[in-house]
Design a protein around this ligand. Structure first.
Ligand SMILES: [Zn+2]
Length: 263
């Protein structure tokens, strides 16, 4: 019984393919961050999917959900370690690489990295619930929060992924020789923070943006400039519900349109 015949090279290729599909969905370019994009869309990488499916199958065998004969065969001589290693399985060594990567040995190694609460779980349905939380399956961070239809959506997507037309981003991609802001006389780098919170040219629009954001929920009133930029870049706080975020993004897009920086 071997764990997923695919080589690392092929796994990487499959992940690349998922990334290409994601680019088509959001109409993006290849400068978008792979991890961030998949997280934003709520997609799992191929490696995440295989490890999730394998570990749940392993748990099924371990918790004696499958045929008893398999359970007895797999777990007959595994003494559980004591102390902080409680619930971990004994690692078996193999001389050959082929067996080192086999399902059984690989799953034991993966099992030992799970949190204590999950390792000690005796109920299979509860185990799945914990795993969903760990692997973020069905509980996606940004699901349905963003749109990818209009040009402004596309500009905002690039701002989140730090590959927009702002000079600091362009400098990072080796497109311009100087990261400094040319819109004001402050002689500072034109980063996302400078564009949204600092640049003199957009003072009026910024005032409106802050007003609008603070009108949405009380939580946003507590935010300082740095936290507001984090919100704009897509970081989420558990205290705030999705509706507030959705409203916030409308006003952020309004700011982007009215400043006219990306025309
Ligand atoms: Zn400026």
């Amino acid at each position: 019984m071997f764990y997923c015949n695919a080589t690392q090279k092929n796994l990487r290729r499959m992940t690349r393919l998922i990334y290409q599909c994601a680019l088509i969905v959001v109409k993006g370019n290849r400068f978008l961050s792979e991890n961030k994009l998949l997280q934003e869309l709520g997609w799992n990488t191929f490696a995440q999917r295989t490890s999730y499916l394998s570990i749940t199958m392993f748990a099924k065998i371990k918790l004696n959900k499958n045929a008893k004969i398999i359970h007895e065969h797999f777990f007959q001589d595994l003494p559980a370690n004591i102390g902080r290693n409680i619930g971990k399985l004994k690692i078996l060594f193999s001389k050959k690489n082929k067996f080192y990567n086999s399902f059984y040995l690989k799953m034991i190694r993966l099992w030992n990295t799970l949190p204590l609460q999950i390792r000690l779980e005796q109920n299979y349905t509860d185990f799945i619930k914990h795993m969903h939380q760990k692997y973020n399956i069905h509980e996606y961070k940004h699901i349905n929060l963003y749109h990818y239809d209009t040009e402004i959506d596309n500009i905002y997507l690039k701002i989140r992924h730090q590959c927009s037309k702002l000079n600091a981003d362009q400098y990072k991609l080796h497109f311009v020789p100087d990261p400094k802001c040319t819109q004001c006389g402050k002689n500072k780098q034109e980063t996302n923070h400078h564009y949204f919170m600092d640049c003199n040219k957009y003072d009026q629009q910024r005032k409106l943006l802050k007003q609008n954001l603070t009108n949405i929920t009380k939580e946003f009133k507590k935010y300082n400039n740095r936290q507001l930029v984090q919100l704009i870049l897509g970081h989420k706080n558990d205290k705030i519900d999705n509706m507030a975020y959705k409203n916030a993004y409308q006003f952020i897009k309004l700011f982007i349109v009215t400043t006219g920086r990306f025309v």
